[in-house]
Design a binder for this molecule. Structure first.
Ligand code: HEM
Length: 405
C-alpha cells in the first residue's frame, strides 16, 4: 500500500480527502516529524480527544499557536478559569442577546453587500460576499468603525496565515506578530473610550461583563476581539463559500433549498461535515494516551484532522457524497447537532459562535437566493479548494438573472 501523502505536500493540498481515506484505513495515528505532532484521522478518536472525558488533553499548544498573535484567550485556558472566562463572553452569542441585538446587524450587512451586485447579473461569491460579510458583522457587533473593515480583513488573514504556518515560514510568523501589535494599537484606545462612555454594542458588553467577581482587563478584551475576528471571520467566510460551491455542484439540492428555505440549516450542517472550514485542531497530551493505532506519549501534540472525521465511513454512510437529505444528519439544527459533525469541535471549547455562524449563514443564503434567480457558476468555471489548515473555494464566480427593485 502506498503511504498517504505528507500533509505539507502539494498532493495533500490538492485532495486531502483522498489522503485522509488512506490514513483512516492504514495509518490512523501518524507521528509527523515536521510539525512534531501525531496526526489523528478517525472520527471516533477525534471525538474522544474533543470530549476529553478523562481529562487527558490540554490546549497548552495554543500558548505557541495563538499567544503570539492574539495574546491570552479562552482557547488557551482550562478548568475553572476557562469556565468563568467563557461565561463572561458566551451570553452575547446565544438566545435573546443574539436575536434582538445582532440579528438586525446581520440582516443589514447581508443586504448591503447583495445590493452592490444584484443588478449586474454576476458576482464572485467569495470576493464580493463571503470574505466581507462575517468581518463586517463582527466589526459592527463590536461597534467598531465600518470604514476600517478592510484593515480587519487584512488582520485576520494574517492571523490565519500564522496559525496555518505548518512549514514555519519566518516571514509569515513575523507578519502575524506585527498584526498583534497593530491590532493592539488600534483596539486599546477604542476599549478605553468605550469604558468611559459605554454604548449598546458588544465591546461595551465585554468591558462591563462580570462573573464571580472576575472582569476582563483591556488586554483581555483586546485578545478576545482578536480571536473573534479570526475565529468568526475566516471560518464563516469559508463555510458560506463551501456551502454555495456544494449546492452549485448539486443543482437539484440547490433548487430544493431555494424552494424550502428551512433546508438552509441542513445545507449548512452537511457542508460542515463534508467540507469543514477548519481542518486541523491541536491538543497537548497530559499523560500517555491510547488511540487507535498506538500510544501517544505525555506532553505530545495531537493534530485532529476534522476534515477526515467528516468522511469517516465508520460514522457516515457513503461519506464522499454531499447530500443535505442524508438520514445520518440527526437534526437540521447545526448547533445542537454536536454529534452530526466535528466542525465546531465538542466539549469544553465547543465553538462559542456556532449560533451566530448559523444566523449569518441563514440570513446570507436567504438574501443571496432572493437576489439571484437562475444562479449558476460562470461558464466553464470549476471551483478549486485552497488551504490545508483552513480550507474553502478560492473563488466562486457566478451568473444570475438580475432582478430590479
Ligand atoms: C471555538 C469552528 C464560527 C468564536 C471553535 C472551535 C472550532 C470552531 C473547531 C474549537 C477550537 C478548539 O477546540 O481548539 C468554527 C466554525 C465556524 C465558527 C467552523 C463557522 C462556520 C465562529 C464565530 C465566532 C466563533 C462566528 C464568533 C464570532 C469562537 C470562539 C471559540 C471557538 C470564541 C473558543 C471557544 C472556547 O475556547 O471555549 N470554533 N467557528 N466561531 N469559536 Fe468558532
Amino acid at each position: 500500500q502506498a503511504p498517504p501523502p505528507d500533509i505539507l505536500s502539494p498532493a495533500f493540498a490538492a485532495d486531502p480527502y483522498r489522503a485522509y481515506r488512506t490514513m483512516r484505513r492504514d495509518a490512523p495515528l501518524i507521528r509527523h516529524e515536521a510539525t512534531g505532532s501525531y496526526l489523528v484521522s478517525r472520527y471516533e478518536d477525534i471525538e474522544r480527544v474533543f470530549r476529553d472525558k478523562a481529562q487527558e488533553f490540554t490546549t497548552e499548544n495554543y500558548d505557541w499557536q495563538l499567544e503570539p498573535v492574539h495574546g491570552r484567550t479562552i482557547l488557551q485556558l482550562g478548568g475553572r478559569e476557562h469556565s468563568v472566562r467563557r461565561a463572561l463572553v458566551a451570553p452575547a452569542f446565544r438566545g435573546a442577546g443574539l436575536q434582538e441585538r445582532f440579528l438586525p446587524v446581520i440582516e443589514r450587512n447581508a443586504r448591503e453587500l447583495v445590493d452592490a451586485f444584484r443588478h449586474t447579473g454576476e458576482a464572485d461569491l467569495v470576493e464580493d460576499f463571503a470574505t466581507r460579510f462575517p468581518v463586517l458583522v463582527i466589526a459592527d457587533m463590536l461597534g467598531l468603525d465600518r470604514a476600517d473593515h478592510r484593515r480587519f480583513h487584512g488582520w485576520y488573514t494574517s492571523v490565519i496565515a500564522f496559525l496555518g504556518n505548518l512549514a514555519g515560514d519566518p516571514a509569515v510568523a513575523a507578519a502575524g506578530e506585527r498584526t498583534r501589535r497593530e491590532f493592539a494599537e488600534y483596539m486599546i484606545p477604542v476599549i478605553r473610550r468605550r469604558r468611559e462612555s459605554p454604548g449598546d454594542d458588544l465591546l461595551s458588553v465585554l468591558c462591563a461583563a462580570e462573573v464571580d467577581g472576575v472582569t476582563m482587563s483591556d488586554e483581555d478584551v483586546k485578545a478576545f476581539c482578536s480571536l473573534l475576528l479570526a475565529a468568526g471571520g475566516e471560518t464563516t467566510d469559508k463555510a458560506l463559500a463551501s456551502l454555495f460551491a456544494n449546492l452549485l455542484a448539486h443543482p437539484a439540492q440547490l433548487a430544493a433549498v431555494r424552494e424550502d428555505r428551512s433546508l438552509i440549516e441542513r445545507a449548512f450542517a452537511e457542508t460542515l461535515r463534508y467540507t469543514p472550514p477548519v481542518h486541523m485542531i491541536m491538543r497537548q497530551t497530559a499523560n500517555p494516551v491510547e488511540l487507535t493505532g498506538g500510544t501517544v506519549p505525555a506532553g505530545a501534540t495531537v493534530t485532529c484532522l476534522i476534515g477526515s472525521a467528516g468522511r469517516d465511513e465508520e460514522r457516515y454512510a457513503d461519506p464522499d457524497r454531499f447530500d443535505i437529505f442524508r438520514t445520518d444528519l440527526t437534526t437540521a439544527n447545526a448547533f445542537s447537532a454536536a454529534a452530526d459533525h466535528l466542525a465546531f469541535a465538542l466539549g469544553r471549547h465547543f465553538c462559542v459562535g456556532a449560533l451566530l455562524a448559523r444566523a449569518e449563514v441563514v440570513a446570507g443564503v436567504n438574501q443571496l437566493l432572493d437576489a439571484m434567480p437562475g444562479l449558476r457558476l460562470a461558464d466553464g468555471f470549476v471551483p478549486v479548494e485552497q488551504g490545508v489548515f483552513t480550507r474553502g473555494p478560492a473563488a466562486l464566480p457566478v451568473r444570475f438573472t438580475p432582478v430590479n427593485g
